[in-house]
Design a protein around this ligand. Sequence first.
Ligand SMILES: Nc1ncnc2c1ncn2[C@@H]1O[C@H](COP(=O)(O)OP(=O)(O)OP(=O)(O)O)[C@@H](O)[C@H]1O
Ligand code: SF4
Ligand SMILES: [Mg+2]
Length: 426
Amino acid sequence: MSDKNPTGAEGTEKAIPEQSAASPEPILKVEGLTKHFPIKKGLFGRQTGAVKAVDGVSFDVRAGETLGVVGESGCGKSTMGRLVTRLLEPTGGKVEFEGHDITHLSAGRMRPLRRDMQMIFQDPYGSLNPRHTIGGIVSTPFRLQGVTPEGGVKKEVQRLMELVGLNPEHYNRYPHEFSGGQRQRIGIARALALNPKLVVADEPVSALDVSIQAQVVNLLDDLQSELGLTYVIIAHDLSVIRHVSDRIAVMYLGKIVELADRKSLYSAPMHPYTKALLSAVPVPDPKRKGVKSERILLKGDVPSPISPPSGCRFHTRCWKATEICKTQEPPLIALKTGHQVACHHPENAPDQAPGEAVLPEARGSVEVVSVTKTEAAAEVSPEAEPVAEAAVDAETPEAAEPESESEPESGSTSGPDSTVQESTDK
Ligand SMILES: Nc1ncnc2c1ncn2[C@@H]1O[C@H](COP(=O)(O)OP(=O)(O)OP(=O)(O)O)[C@@H](O)[C@H]1O
Ligand code: SF4
Ligand SMILES: [Mg+2]
């Protein structure tokens, strides 16, 4: 399925499987999913508010496809992953797995389903018990499910170790005796032990060195082809997401703001937030040598999920915001076949609220810098480096700060759709 070169370069990402376009029933269906973590204060633990970590998210995942989920730190990606695998109890909404409503199943009734639905955790260090050997860790799912594989547990665990590229002779070693990449493989072996149908992988490569990231990404790819897995892959790195995903959901402050197939999203993003995120991704394409490109730097802090902004949650950082954006939440609707967006004034699509004037404060909400794409691309060598730099993190206010502070050469700050302010020419 993949050509083993997850650099983000044109033509190197995973081919979209034929079936993803017209697969019959989704394996996972999520409707209006919500998780509000209560904030309690005082002696009696009175609830004073809630962290709206996931706030009305709907999507489905078809059998055999990979849905990538991307967004800034704290936007609710991990919480969403834990909700769909029912490691967390949702506050509201519905989760259906293979047509069965599992939203409020008890732990006991979820147990048989755990075989089909597994999670690879964000932290490969913290998710492995340091006192257990690898053999013990990977065989845990068999123990919990009371399953004895043909040939015995040890033989099966060693087969799994081999499958993910670990030496089966290291069965009795402890987690600290492995590298980060090997520990991530241990997590993958454990997730695959019971031959699941759906795997939710939370930042499966973000804790790894760039040189190891490609190996793990390619491993996930190979396992999907070999075992027919369905993935939800959560990441903040748009280059990783581009390589692994068939469709992509972009999250902002607990909501999905755009959901589309990979090609459509990368070639014609509709949500201004997606456009800003994508502008930071290096494009290592020799054909675009010397081509200038805009990089959109969002200003202002990411608002708190305790009291998110009214209307469109992105309006405090959006250069296109109008009065309606402050008051009316845009629904997530399909503006093209298979391309959903939640925006009153989308890019690359008809304006949903024409005639509105851009708010004066919106004009200063971003800075646009001009970059020469090949120079950005040079950061990622197509031969050597597997995965480009973390793109979303580069858009966090902290990361953007130094560039935002650089003196503009001329003119005042303007939005990407109007006159481009070239403050830097890297
Ligand atoms: N158990 C919890 N109790 C209270 N708040 C929580 C809890 N878990 C997560 N949150 C909050 O919910 C929000 C979303 O957290 P989450 O871990 O889902 O984000 P994320 O998108 O995965 O971030 P990252 O990219 O940093 O992993 C954050 O504001 C976080 O502080
Ligand atoms: S144009 Fe309005 S609705 Fe669209 S992202 Fe900006 S603030 Fe939100
Ligand atoms: Mg997370």
